[in-house]
Design a protein around this ligand. Structure first.
Ligand SMILES: [Zn+2]
Length: 272
C-alpha cells in the first residue's frame, strides 16, 4: 500500500488480531464496540503494527489518546475480558423486525425455535413489538459457550478465533471463514445462522438449509405442543437432557428416560 492512499483504518487481519488479543472487547472496559488505537501515533508514523496498537471502545479511545503510551501498553497487556475469560454485550436495533428466521426456517409466535432433549437452544419472545433473542449454545459438556438472554449476550472467549460485533449484529467464529453462530438484526427479520455440534450431531443453519445430523433438511424434526414448540429429540421424545450439576454430583451431562428414569450418556460427536 502506498502511503498516499493509506488510511488510518487497519486492514481486517490486523483488526481481527487486535480484537482477539483484547478478548473481543475494549481492553479497558470490555465493551464490544471497538476502535483501534495507535499507541505509536499515526501522526508520528503511519503503521498498523499490532504490537503498537490496542482495541478500545470509543470512550476509552478518546481517554487513552490523552494518556501516556505506557498506560496504553499496560492496558494492552492486561485486557479485562481476557482476565474474565468472557465477553458480554447487548444487541440493539431501532427496526421493528418481523419474525425470527433460523437457517432457512421462519418462526413466528413460537417461543422456542429449537430445543434438544427438551432443553431450549434458540428461541425468542416479542416485547412491545420488539424481538428478544434467547440462545443457549452448549459446549461438549453442555455448559454455555454462548448464552443470549433477551439480546444480552455472553460468551466464553477462549474457544473463539474471532467475535465480530456491530451493535445490531454479532458473529462468532472458531476458525477463519466459518460461521459458528451469527445473530443479525439488520434486516426485516432477525436472522440466525451458524454451524455447531448439538448433543452429538451437527446442526447446520444457513440460507439454504436447516439440517440436523444426517437427517434431510427439516425431516429430522419432531413437532410438539401444537406449534408451540419445535424440538429435536433424535427421534426419542422420551429422553430428557440433564445438565451437569456439581452440587448434585452429576459431573457431566446425561440423558434421562422420562418414564423409567434410566440414565445414559449424551452421544459424543465425531467429525467424519
Ligand atoms: Zn472501554
Amino acid at each position: 500500500m502506498s502511503p498516499a492512499n493509506m488510511t488510518r483504518r487497519p486492514p481486517a487481519s490486523v483488526r481481527r488480531a487486535l480484537r482477539a488479543e483484547a478478548g473481543f472487547g475494549c481492553a479497558a472496559c470490555g465493551n464490544p464496540i471497538l476502535e483501534y488505537h495507535h499507541i505509536i501515533p499515526w501522526s508520528e508514523r503511519h503503521h498498523f503494527e499490532i504490537e503498537h496498537m490496542v482495541a478500545l471502545c470509543p470512550n476509552h479511545h478518546r481517554e487513552y489518546g490523552k494518556m501516556s503510551r505506557n498506560q496504553a501498553y499496560q492496558v494492552k497487556r492486561n485486557p479485562i475480558n481476557v482476565r474474565n475469560k468472557r465477553l458480554k454485550g447487548l444487541l440493539v436495533t431501532n427496526r421493528t423486525n418481523q419474525s425470527l428466521v433460523v437457517g432457512a426456517v421462519r418462526f413466528q409466535g413460537i417461543k422456542t425455535a429449537i430445543s434438544v432433549f427438551d432443553h431450549p437452544v434458540i428461541g425468542h419472545s416479542v416485547v412491545d413489538g420488539e424481538i428478544k433473542i434467547n440462545c443457549f449454545i452448549p459446549n461438549s459438556n453442555y455448559l454455555a459457550e454462548i448464552e443470549v438472554k433477551s439480546n444480552d449476550f455472553s460468551a466464553e472467549i477462549d474457544s473463539f478465533w474471532d467475535i465480530e460485533f456491530r451493535s445490531n449484529y454479532v458473529c462468532f467464529r472458531k476458525r477463519h471463514g466459518e460461521n459458528f453462530l451469527s445473530i443479525d438484526f439488520r434486516g426485516d427479520d432477525v436472522v440466525i445462522w451458524g454451524q455447531f455440534e448439538l448433543a452429538g450431531r451437527l446442526l447446520r443453519m444457513n440460507r439454504e438449509e436447516f439440517r440436523y445430523g444426517n437427517y434431510g433438511a427439516m425431516s429430522g424434526f419432531s413437532f410438539s405442543g401444537s406449534s408451540e414448540h419445535i424440538a429435536f429429540g433424535l427421534g426419542a421424545p422420551e429422553l430428557v437432557l440433564e445438565r451437569a450439576n456439581h452440587a448434585k454430583l452429576v459431573p457431566s451431562p446425561r440423558l434421562r428416560h422420562r418414564q423409567n428414569g434410566e440414565l445414559m450418556p449424551l452421544p459424543v460427536f465425531r467429525l467424519p
